[in-house]
Design a binder for this molecule. Sequence first.
Ligand code: C5P
Length: 305
Amino acid sequence: MIFERLDDHALRVTTSCKLNLFLEVIERRPDGYHELASLFQELAWGDELRLFLEPGGTGRVRCVSGDPVLDADPGNLCVRAAHAWLRERAGGERFDLTIELEKRLPAGGGIGGGSGDGVAVLRGLQRLVGAEDTPAASYERALAIGSDCPFFLWGGTAVVRGRGEHVRPVRVPALAAEDLRFCLVLPGLHVPTGPVFQRFHAGGGRGERAAELEALVGSSDLDTLRAGFWNRLERCAQEVEPALVEVRRALDRSWRVPAAMSGSGSTYFGLFGDEGEAREAAAAAERALPGVSTRVVAAARGARS
Ligand code: C5P
């Protein structure tokens, strides 16, 4: 996540997104969330947010994205994050906030776009107001916004467990090479997370492959790592959005490396040795799947700026 001060009351934030390189769902918990065992990877591709703080306000928060549906959405994570932070930290909401949001990451894409926006606002407001949260308070606030949000406080590569609350940064030897590139295949489909988890539960949901995660973290070569990419939710996501079945089939036919789905869909991805290989894969995916878009992107290393 990159922060640039525009003036005393304005800040630009460029967010990042994530992939789930491995995602096992263990079972539903008594609180209704599902227990996960996942390998998250932060990517250097994100939305742009510009935060304009107006002192003397009453806690009004406005999102301006050019998409009236998103701007009015009560589930919009950047607005929810702003309300929560201003209410709890800004001494009785003494500010109004306008968030100009340039949305580049697809919503309902399983790559954490909304979660990254929420964390960007939580961290951006601390800088703008000059009131740093303790790490514990940042973490609690992030988790209250969404299950994927705590990960974005660390970024990089991490093993994530629980519903997303346990984040353990790791160094996977096979991911160390600077030239590696992910090719993202974005089918333009909005897959809602809740119904995908409900399918998992309705199908008797219990996952038993969590032990494979630690072996994957130790992978020292690219082929072993790629062979371990896997997502328990893929079949459930395909039941919710049947068009994903053809995305999987086309990638299996046209890529020499394994493809995997991220989160609860709809984004698929593969990992390639360098930019050239990833661009060839992107072209092959676009030929095989008219109407999808692709994106070649590097891993982000989780450096906090
Ligand atoms: O936490 P978040 O709002 O992102 O989750 C959206 C929905 O996805 C939850 O309401 C829940 O239905 C489902 N979910 C789940 N288990 C998780 C994460 C999300 O069941 N670990």
